[in-house]
Ligand binder design. Structure first.
Ligand SMILES: Nc1ncnc2c1ncn2[C@@H]1O[C@H](COP(=O)(O)OP(=O)(O)OP(=O)(O)O)[C@@H](O)[C@H]1O
Ligand SMILES: [Mg+2]
Length: 268
């Protein structure tokens, strides 16, 4: 039987941050990172999140993954409420994976690649032969067989993002979230890592949520796009429709500015 719940659900989620006083006589203030966000993502969907810097994209995914507690509203995963304050969320870690933007700061330079990737298995308390699981996943993402025993400095940016994918997937999560996972890579490497991502999605039946500032990659990556602006979700719909006839003024601006950039990075 299929699960009647959406995989991810946010119901009127708001997140405000306290900001320290800037001067002796100023009061502490607050910044709204995310305002009144409601959305559902079904298993198997691929969703792109776009929007300018500071629009709330990272804040949104941090709520989804239980990495931050909402100020108000509720988050749930497969029908179960995500409550970071009350719950260690081991169950959610097992079912999700995350890839960050910066391939250079996301690995501990003193740990081998094998150790870094195995952290996901240890954290998820998955039983079995971790070494074999890590080796199989490193091979699947296209890395040389001896990678596990080497250190991060021996790898290029593109290879490190492959390692980051291996670490995010080795425990076989259902949801893979990327916060600008290819933004730091040059154009050709970006295209290859994106192709790998779409292959892995198919192969593992993943639900994908990817933040990107590059509208050019969105059509190939995601059939649905969410546009954020000033902490709010201002548009949410099928990618093709959104790019062809954006309704929100901000999305129109975004789409218009894309047309002045070189064509998508998917060629070559
Ligand atoms: N820990 C925090 N403390 C204070 N303010 C924060 C914090 N995290 C985010 N913010 C603020 O919340 C807003 C949304 O930030 P967020 O990081 O979600 O944006 P973003 O869309 O991911 O931007 P970028 O594209 O630059 O990564 C911004 O105004 C930001 O300054
Ligand atoms: Mg961000």
């Amino acid at each position: 039987m299929t699960d009647p719940h959406p995989l991810v659900r946010l119901d009127r989620v708001t997140k405000t941050f306290r900001t320290p006083p800037r001067g002796l006589f100023e009061r502490a203030g607050s910044v709204t990172g995310l305002e009144d966000a409601t959305l559902e993502i079904n298993a198997g969907e691929s969703v792109a999140i776009v929007g300018e810097s500071g629009s709330g994209k990272t804040t949104l995914i941090r709520q989804m993954l239980g990495l931050s507690t909402p100020t108000s509203g509720t988050v749930s995963f497969a029908g179960r409420e995500v409550r970071p304050r009350q719950d260690s969320l081991g169950w959610l870690r097992r079912r999700t994976g995350l890839v960050f933007q910066d391939p250079y700061s996301s690995f501990n330079p003193r740990r081998t690649i094998g150790q870094s990737v195995a952290e996901s298995l240890e954290g998820s308390q998955i039983e079995g032969d971790h070494r074999a699981m890590v080796a199989a996943m490193l091979e699947r993402v296209g890395l040389p067989a001896d990678s596990a025993s080497r250190y991060p400095h021996a790898f290029s940016g593109g290879q490190r993002q492959r390692i980051a994918l291996a670490r995010a997937l080795v425990h076989r999560p259902e949801l893979l979230v990327g916060d600008e996972p290819v933004s730091a890579l040059d154009v050709l490497v970006r295209a290859r890592v994106l192709s790998l991502l779409t292959e892995l999605r198919e192969e593992f039946g993943l639900t994908l949520v990817t933040i990107t500032h590059d509208l050019g990659i969105v059509p190939k990556l995601a059939e649905r796009t969410i546009v954020m602006h000033g902490g709010r979700i201002v548009e949410d719909g099928p990618t093709a429709q959104l790019l062809e006839s954006p309704t929100h003024p901000y999305t129109r601006e975004l789409v218009a500015s894309r047309l002045t950039l070189p064509d998508s990075t998917w060629r070559g």
